[in-house]
Structures are given as C-alpha cells and as structure tokens.
Design a protein around this ligand. Structure first.
Ligand SMILES: Cc1ncc(COP(=O)(O)O)c(C=O)c1O
Length: 416
C-alpha cells in the first residue's frame, strides 16, 4: 500500500507563510495534525465523500471540511439550487423570496422554532443569541461550560488567548459539563444577573473524550432556567442535523429557547441560522444585527435544498448507521492488534482515542499513518460522517486502518 508524498502542498505552504499569517490559520491550520509531514495542506478537488490534494493524492474524508460537508462534496441538488440563484441574482438590494421559504422550512422542521434569522458563520449566531438574551432579560452575565467552544469572538475565547482582555470575559461564568450542582451554585450566587446559559447539546471538546449529557441533566437545567428567567441557548453548530432533523435537543429530549445552526445546514455554502421561540421574537427584532452578505440568495437556496434532502433521506440516521458500522469495525480491528480504541460522542461525529497511550502519541501515529494511505483521520478533533460515505469507503478505510495498526505496532515501544 503506497504512502503519500506532498511536495506541492509543502511548496504552496512555503509561499503562503510569506503572505498569510500562519500560512493556514484557524481550524484548518496544520499545527494539530501530528506529524504534519503525513498530512496534505491544500485540496485540488472534491466529490462525494472524497477529496484530492494538490499532489493528486485521494482521501476518504472523515473531517468533511470540519462539518459543513454533510451530503457529499459537489452535491448535485444543492449545487444546482445555488447555481440557479447565482445566475438569477445573488447579492441584491432587497432579499430573494428563498429567504422566506428557508425560514418557513426551518420553523417547520425544528419544533421549538417560531422564527429563523440568517447570518454566515456559527459565531455570528452564538453572539447574536447572547445579545437577544441580554435584550430580553436586561441582564449581563452568561453561563457557559468550561472548555465549551462557541466561536472566536473575544467573549467565547478564554482569558489568556492572544488579543482577549479581562473585560471581554467579565460577564462570563464557566461551570464544568454535567455538573448540575456547580450550575445551581452559579445561578444562586448571581441572582437576577444571568441572561443566558449557552452550551452544546453534548460536550465535544478537542483532545479529550466527548461526553453525552447525564440522565436528566438538560431537563434540570431547563427547569431552573425557566424558574430564574434565564434564556437557554443550544449551540448546535457542530451537531445540528447530524443527530436529529428537529435539532439535537430533540435527540436528547429537552426544549431550549434559542438554537444556533451552521455547518451541516448548507453543505458547504456560507450560511448560519438562529432559531427561537415566539417569546423572544420581539427581542430578536430589536437587536440590530446584520452583515454585507447575510442576505445572499445562493447560500439560502443551497440550505433549503440541503435540509430538504437531509429530511427526505433521514440524513442523521444514514450518518449514524455508517458511523456505527465503521466505528464498531475499527474497535474490533484495534482489539486484533492489541489496542483499546475508545469511541465517544455521536456515531455521526465521533471522537476516537487509543487509550493504551494516554499521551496520544500512539493515537496520533495511527491517525497519521492512516491519512498518508488515503483516509483523512484527525487525532485531536471529533470526526464527521456524511451521507456520501459508502460501502467502498468502509472497506477501503478498514484495509488502510489495518495496515496502519501494523505500522504503529513497530513503533509502540517508543510510547508504551
Ligand atoms: C460548537 C461550535 N460552536 C460555534 C462554532 C463557530 O462556528 P464558526 O467557525 O462558523 O464561526 C463552532 C465551529 O467549529 C462550533 O463547533
């Protein structure tokens, strides 16, 4: 089985490093891909579940652009809908009717939603959710989960991150995930000061096992928030439409006041959405919030086609089933090689870790050895399944993973 080389990726990165901060910044930065020598840096093309890098190497993609790809790259129906909007007028002085259709469809799909508001990135709508909650309650403070990620605005990045100052964090209170007692203490020690609680439906930080909500956790939180007038915000940007078409809170059985969607909503077209209850509609109207491209028709047309298709084929079920089948097989394969491969989170966006080496070195070795043979595995971040992954991908992934386990066996003495 051939291992990949990346001369063109490396040459491009050298050019990039001269004119772009970090070369590649943010979540696509190669920094956490260890060793970076085993990973591609630039894509040439993508189709279905796979992409080709600039060196002509092909990868079965288990990162799906870190979530936005959900139906498959270059999906015919989604791209046709977007193309048609581009051809008839995309960014115009007044919005296109598709904006209304998309809002109606989301309100129809998500049971708690009475309205929908559109922006571009996830962070646009997590920040908007805070503003709506503050407008509705007249309070400043926001409760969030320690290590919870909601974007890159200074309020969500912790103190100590470059460019973040104390004042940005002054109104943030962080509590550990799944610790209702800590949540209660925070609420009781800040009477009438907390505007909102924001959290992801389950805890999916990087580098560590992901955690589902404990039995009753969310419902206890919602009950206390209702009693104290605190707005419950679900950040469903990563899980949204990969667990349940009604929003991931439906999967876990609770009802928030505001839900943030992005990633899987548009199959790669730039769009995010905040949906909310009737009680908050007036405040969502009062908060002034907009952007130059937020009314573009093409991403809205793409999103409408994307969520219609996901609903029609029951996308979350398709991704969960493929994920479960692949993950069960990978765990068995690991066992055969003498390793314990731990899988946490939803099968449609799992986090994996070889537990034999808690430093993650061995796990990083395995993921990188798989990647340089043709299945893109990240070792620090949860993966993403798509509806385009198929039987061929399944077989090829297992074949590659098997080979990579044999390769790391030879190095394991370094780590164990
Ligand atoms: C849970 C969660 N919230 C918010 C965001 C921010 O979204 P964006 O990067 O589109 O601003 C992300 C992005 O990965 C996310 O995973």
């Amino acid at each position: 089985m051939k291992t990949y080389d990346y001369p063109k990726s490396r040459a491009l990165f050298e050019r990039a490093a001269k004119v772009i901060p970090c070369g590649i910044y943010g979540h696509l930065s190669p920094a956490p891909l260890v060793p970076p020598s085993h990973y591609p840096f630039y894509a040439q093309s993508a189709s279905g579940s796979r992409f080709k890098d600039v060196d002509g190497n092909e990868f079965i993609d288990y990162m799906c652009a870190y979530g936005p790809m959900v139906l498959g790259y270059c999906h015919e129906k989604v791209d046709a809908a977007a193309r048609s909007a581009y051809e008839t007028g995309n960014c115009v002085t007044v919005p296109a009717p598709v904006m209304v259709e998309l809002a109606e469809r989301l309100v129809d799909l998500v049971p708690m939603a009475d309205w929908a508001f559109f922006a571009k990135n996830g962070n646009d709508v997590t920040t908007q959710a805070l503003m709506v909650a503050r407008s509705a309650t007249g309070r400043k403070k926001v409760l969030a989960i320690s290590g919870g990620y909601h974007g890159v605005a200074p309020w969500t990045q912790g103190l100590g991150h470059h460019g973040v100052v104390e004042e940005d964090q002054a109104n943030m209170i962080r509590v550990p995930w799944n610790d209702f007692r800590a949540f209660e203490n925070a609420v009781y020690s800040h009477p009438d000061q907390i505007a909102a609680f924001i959290a992801t439906p389950y805890h999916h930080p990087v580098f560590v096992d992901n955690e589902y909500p404990a039995e009753g956790y969310w419902n206890k939180i919602v009950a206390l928030c209702r009693q104290k007038g605190i707005v419950v915000i679900v950040d469903d940007i990563r899980c949204g439409f990969r667990m349940d078409m009604g929003g991931s809170h439906e999967y876990f059985g609770f009802t928030p006041d505001l839900v943030c969607f992005c990633k899987a909503i548009g199959n790669g077209y730039p769009i995010s959405a905040l949906v909310g209850t009737e009680a908050l509609k007036n405040d969502a109207s009062k908060v002034f919030y907009t952007g130059s491209y937020w009314f573009s028709a093409a991403p809205m047309a793409a999103a409408l086609a994307c969520i219609n298709e996901l609903a029609e084929i029951n996308g979350p079920k398709v991704m969960m089933e493929y994920g479960k089948k692949l993950l069960d097989a990978l765990v068995e394969l690991a066992k055969k090689h003498g390793y314990d491969l731990r899988v946490t989170g939803s099968p449609s966006m799992p986090y994996l870790r070889i537990t034999n080496d808690p430093t993650l070195n061995l796990h990083q070795d395995w993921c990188s050895e798989v990647t340089r043979r043709g299945a893109f595995f990240s070792s620090h971040h949860n993966w993403f399944m798509s509806c385009a992954h198929n039987e061929d991908d399944y077989k090829k992934t297992l074949e590659i993973a098997d080979k990579a386990f044999s390769v790391i066996k030879k190095n394991e003495a370094k780590y164990l």
